[in-house]
Design a protein around this ligand. Structure first.
Ligand code: OGA
Ligand code: ZN
Length: 383
């Protein structure tokens, strides 16, 4: 429910207006910030800012200011012969004083092996997503908050994953093509295209921005073996932050090196990044971990021992049964997950015992989060 707050008092300071609200809260609104966010600053069609703050002096300030008869905060500026009218609700919603006083709340629900007993909680029916925005929202919320979802009862035709993925957005293209075919092939250019076990890993850590999400659509899984595993890398990072701070700090501060060695490529893709990166709020942002594609590290010799021991500890926890879950994909399952948070793996399978075929798709994280924000606003505003 939207609440209305009104301005009770305004005081002019050297760089900002200080506003007292009817509920006792206080805000500071900087003059350059106010001038830059004048409601006339944006083009009504493109919604881009046409006003150029660089053309006013940085001493700009209100010559006059008051809440007018229409309830708008009216400011006559000291330069530029301009009057701005601000909606009080807009000011309140965008008040950075109040926002900065709020305690940060993470969108992530971290999980460990106890999720194994509650796998139903991450499952969602294909038809529910296809037929309702509520279903789509539930899928997106699982992806964003929990980092993992298993879509059940999807069709098993080749390329049929596009239809449900396009309920979210377009996919992310890579040289593996979309979808990429996870099958056992001769002369494989990637260990996923073998029948070998894959230790828990992320895909494509040697990109500047590895795909945010991955979708492994199981078409056939009748071979012996080939069971899946997944681990919440954020939960493991959180464990280290709370219990083994020196290792955590090393994983956050030292850049590792990853490199693609795909023999079919006429390109050398390589990237330095820390194993754990954090957001502006010190929340978890990305995990980079892949034993298969970590390059020969070249960090400072004084650091190498510490870095390798931290990597060793992190990698072992990422395979620890305290943290990882295990499950088996069946035809019509789409194992969907945050590729920069979860690590995923599989056990070895026997290619002579049956057939195994997954089709893989990637999508950027922006598409998941952007679509979720949009749908939540439009569903709420329809109520
Ligand atoms: C992959 C992968 C897992 C599997 O293709 O990146 O990790 O179960 N596949 O085959
Ligand atoms: Zn993979």
């Amino acid at each position: 429910m939207e609440q209305n707050f009104t301005i009770k008092n305004i005081t002019k300071n050297s760089t900002n207006l200080e506003v007292d609200w009817s509920d006792g809260k206080k805000s500071k609104f900087n003059y350059l910030w106010l001038r830059d966010n004048c409601p006339t600053a944006h083009d009504k069609d493109s919604r881009h800012r046409m006003f150029n703050i660089l053309k006013v002096s940085n001493n700009i300030n209100p010559k006059k200011f008051a809440v007018n008869n229409e309830g708008k905060l009216e400011i006559e500026w000291s330069e530029g012969d301009h009057i701005s009218y601000y909606d009080q609700n807009w000011l309140r919603e965008n008040c950075y004083t109040i926002k900065n006083n709020l305690k940060y709340k993470s969108p992530y629900q971290l999980w460990d092996n106890s999720l194994q007993n509650d796998l139903k909680s991450i499952e969602i029916e294909h038809d529910e997503i296809m037929s309702s925005d509520e279903g789509l929202i539930r899928w997106l919320e699982l992806l964003h908050h929990t980092g993992i979802a298993i879509v059940k009862n999807a069709p098993t035709e080749n390329n049929s994953g596009f239809k449900i993925l396009n309920r979210i957005s377009h996919t992310r293209e890579t040289f593996f093509k979309t979808p990429f075919e996870v099958i056992n092939i001769p002369k494989p250019n990637n260990s996923a295209y073998t029948a070998h076990a894959l230790r828990n890993h992320m895909d494509l850590p040697w990109f500047e921005t590895p795909p945010g999400y991955q979708f492994l659509h199981c078409l056939v899984n009748s071979a012996t073996g080939g069971d899946s595993s997944a681990v919440d890398g954020f939960a493991v990072a959180d464990y280290l932050r709370k219990n083994e701070k020196e290792i955590f700090d090393t994983l956050v501060n030292v850049h590792l090196k990853f490199r693609d060695m795909d023999y079919t490529q006429e390109s050398v893709r390589s990237y330095y990044a820390p194993a754990i990166s954090l957001t502006k709020d010190n929340d978890y942002h990305d995990i980079r971990f892949s034993v298969a594609t970590m390059d020969a590290l070249d960090c400072h010799p004084d650091l190498m021992d510490k870095v390798y021991k931290a990597h060793h500890r992190f990698g072992n926890l990422l395979h620890d049964d305290q943290f990882q879950i295990k499950f088996r994909l069946g035809p019509g399952d789409i194992f969907s997950f945050n590729n920069r948070r979860l690590l995923h793996g599989r056990t070895e399978y026997d290619p002579n015992s049956g057939h195994r075929h997954l089709q893989g798709y990637y999508m950027d994280r922006d598409e998941i989060i952007g679509r979720l924000r949009y749908l939540k606003n439009s569903v709420n505003s329809n109520q």
